[in-house]
Design a protein around this ligand. Structure first.
Ligand SMILES: Cc1cc2nc3c(=O)[nH]c(=O)nc-3n(C[C@H](O)[C@H](O)[C@H](O)COP(=O)(O)OP(=O)(O)OC[C@H]3O[C@@H](n4cnc5c(N)ncnc54)[C@H](O)[C@@H]3O)c2cc1C
Length: 644
């Protein structure tokens, strides 16, 4: 055993097993495990109530496990992560700091900056892949560009020569001591007094903590994986793995999930079990989507503020706070949407299918800005995960080359009969409709008065009338899309006519925009480069862009000149020189400022007082170094890339 004194900085890797940072430190001397809670640095991505509840339980669980191995988990509440790290380094005379990588846009910037500062001070820093099967910088196409469609990305992952390898857990830890300002898990104040009674309900359904994650995985793989292909689209039953919060907090190693599932795959292949084989393929695809969410955030680190395709820059959103409120409260008059939103509020979790339905409703029926919905999900989901949330909202709002088309508007009534055929899900979450016959439960507005009366339903009284008629919503959506095209064409004409001018982006100028804007020095030398070290994203090379073809049938029929408009936007792949890998997440920083009438903030609904308004930055796309050049090709598949 070496003589290093290593600080193990836990973040979203709250487990003992297959934790590469912990394993490396345990091999090499004594350890000082810490968790730093710095609400100020979380800014607008300060976690919501249920997410903080989970974190609190999980930290307590990890603390017990580390103690049984011989080391204490030191909890620190601070105003500056860097200052807290430096205090610890001084207190124990640490020679090294280790941690596992995170890929969300906020952490990418913060971690890189901390790493640079520590290295400047002569502290050795090592970071590891604790969250993914493959690092985002390991997967590129033949010409070194980032993939922008899931299928091509996942295909490449599945054909990688190297299988992901797990790390053995330490069987004992040699602790090192030091006097630092630590606190108890209670003193972290992750849970307000007023939140405790609602939170106690969460404990009935969920057991956070890494050893519970292991049990949940074993239970799923042994008993439910086989039926995943059949059940995964059913809502209201435990049809999927329910592993997302464990995976988000790193209580479960994704490599372990992958290996357990692969074992079953081999077994079922040997037995010729085709249902099992299909279930494994589909489940691994879901795991792949999680990987892809990190991949997109790393390679296109601006996607938390604007759409990947830049297509929504001119979309005339309806900034209607009353509609936003009705959506949040489950009072839209569309039963499946309302049931989903009430389940989300009550339990902190909803099925993927319901996430797609409620998010599509917000964007396409209510025309609410997708970033409002994204932020609301962030505040209310137990598994709130910035990368997956961004991927989900971009996917439904026509912002991804292989996502839903913006013009696709599914009827919640038809979806109700498809995914909740007996109406049980709606009855459970909307007791006011409990007595409605199945035939009408997903569209009570069509039911004869006698039926409504017999069921005790009075539309507009004890259950709302539809917030907007679906036919009208379709018209509004079509109009909005046409308007968007017109604006886009006008902007393009003004640029090609030489009247382009640099204007100021008032979203960037907003002091309250809490995502750290202070990006790192351009092309800074990499402080620590090793084979497993964290890379940082770079701006992309505007030349050699891959063409992502996706043509809308609707678009072709209705607007023959539509292609011309879209040709001007394109997604660039990455050019990966060594120098690039040393540069950093520049999207927000390098964004030139523009003004736009489409700039707006998320209304202040958040239960957490520390949440800040989230600003819509589609307007800044014009000035971005990443120019999008994409033809949209229509794909009408019902079950598409994101498993919907
Ligand atoms: C608008 C929208 C917002 C979303 N926000 C989040 C979020 O904040 N956090 C989150 O973890 N997931 C999010 N998802 C993805 C997905 O809905 C959940 O991961 C899934 O429902 C979790 O349930 P499960 O663990 O039973 O999934 P399973 O179907 O059992 O899948 C296993 C794991 O694969 C991953 N996964 C599955 N589907 C997806 C997907 N579409 N995108 C990314 N990862 C996926 C999850 O880690 C999941 O735990 C969102 C989807 C949409 C459409």
């Amino acid at each position: 055993m070496g003589s290093n004194k290593t600080i193990v900085w836990f973040r979203r890797d709250l487990r003992i097993e297959d934790n590469p940072a912990l394993a490396a430190s345990a091999r090499d001397g004594s350890v000082f495990p810490i968790f730093i809670w710095c609400p100020q640095e979380e800014g607008q991505f300060y976690p919501g109530r249920v997410s903080r509840w989970w974190l609190k339980q999980s930290l307590a669980h990890l603390g017990h496990s580390l103690k049984s191995l011989g080391a204490e988990l030191v909890l620190i509440k601070t105003h500056s992560t860097l200052a807290a790290l430096l205090d610890c380094i001084n207190a124990i005379g640490a020679t090294r700091v280790v941690f596992n990588h995170l890929y969300d846009p906020v952490s990418l910037v913060r971690d890189h900056s901390i790493k640079e500062k520590l290295v400047e001070l002569g502290i050795s820093v090592q970071s590891y892949n604790g969250d993914l099967l493959y690092e985002p910088w390991e997967i590129y196409n033949g010409s070194g560009q980032a993939f922008t469609t899931f299928d091509s990305y996942w295909d490449k992952c599945l054909h990688m020569q190297m299988e992901p390898v797990s790390h053995l857990p330490p069987w004992r830890l040699l602790a090192t001591a030091g006097k630092v300002e630590k606190c108890s898990v209670e003193e972290l104040n992750l849970e307000d007094e007023t939140e405790k009674s609602s939170n106690s309900l969460l404990g009935r359904g969920w057991s956070p903590g890494w050893s519970n994650a292991d049990k949940a995985l074993a239970e799923f793989v042994e008993h439910h994986l086989i039926d995943y292909s059949k059940n995964r689209l059913k809502v209201g039953v435990n049809s999927s793995s329910l592993l997302s919060p464990y995976l988000h907090f790193g209580e479960l190693s994704v490599r372990k999930v992958f290996q357990c599932v692969r074992m079953k795959q081999l077994l079922w292949a040997k037995e010729g079990n085709s249902i099992g084989k299909e279930s494994v393929t589909l489940f691994l695809r879901s795991i792949g989507l999680r990987e892809y969410s990190r991949y997109l955030c790393f390679n296109f680190p601006f996607t938390h503020e604007r759409s990947l395709l830049s297509n929504l820059k001119y979309f005339p959103w309806d900034v209607n706070q009353a509609h936003f409120k009705a959506w949040r409260q489950g009072r839209t008059g569309y039963p499946l949407v309302d049931a989903g939103m009430r389940e989300l509020w009550a339990t902190g979790w909803i099925h993927n299918r319901i996430r797609v339905i409620v998010s599509s409703f917000a964007v396409k029926v209510l025309l609410l800005p997708w970033r409002w919905g994204m932020k609301y999900f962030w505040d209310t989901l137990l598994d709130a995960d910035l990368e997956s949330d961004i991927l989900g909202w971009q996917y439904i709002s026509g912002s991804l080359p292989d996502g839903h088309e913006l013009e696709r508007l599914d009827s919640p009534e038809i979806q109700g009969s498809k995914f909740d055929p007996e109406g049980e899900y709606v009855r459970h979450w909307l007791p006011e409709l409990a007595r409605m016959p199945t035939e009408w439960i997903h569209h009570p507005w069509d039911a004869p008065l006698t039926v409504l009366k017999a069921a005790g339903v009075e539309l507009g009284q004890n259950y709302p009338k539809p917030i907007i008629e679906l036919d009208l919503a379709r018209e509004r959506l079509t109009e909005a899309i046409f308007k968007m095209w017109e604006m886009e064409a006008a902007a393009r004409a003004s640029i090609s006519g030489g009247t382009s001018e640099v204007v100021v982006d008032n979203t960037d100028g907003n002091e309250n925009l809490a995502i750290p804007k202070a990006m790192l020095k351009e092309k800074a030398p990499c402080p620590t480069i090793s084979s497993n070290d964290q890379k940082v994203p770079t701006i992309q090379n505007p030349k050699n862009s891959p063409a992502h073809k996706k043509r809308s049938k609707y678009v072709e029929e209705e607007r023959p000149h539509r292609d011309k408009l879209h040709k001007v936007n394109g997604i660039e792949g990455t050019s990966r020189t060594d120098e690039d890998l040393c540069s950093t997440a520049e999207s927000s920083a390098s964004k030139k400022q523009t003004t736009s009438r489409f700039s707006f903030s998320v209304p202040q609904y958040c239960p957490s007082s520390e949440s800040q308004p989230l600003h819509e930055c589609e307007s800044s796309d014009l000035k971005q170094p990443l120019q999008v050049q994409t033809d949209r090709v229509y794909s009408s598949s019902e079950d598409d890339a994101m498993g919907t």
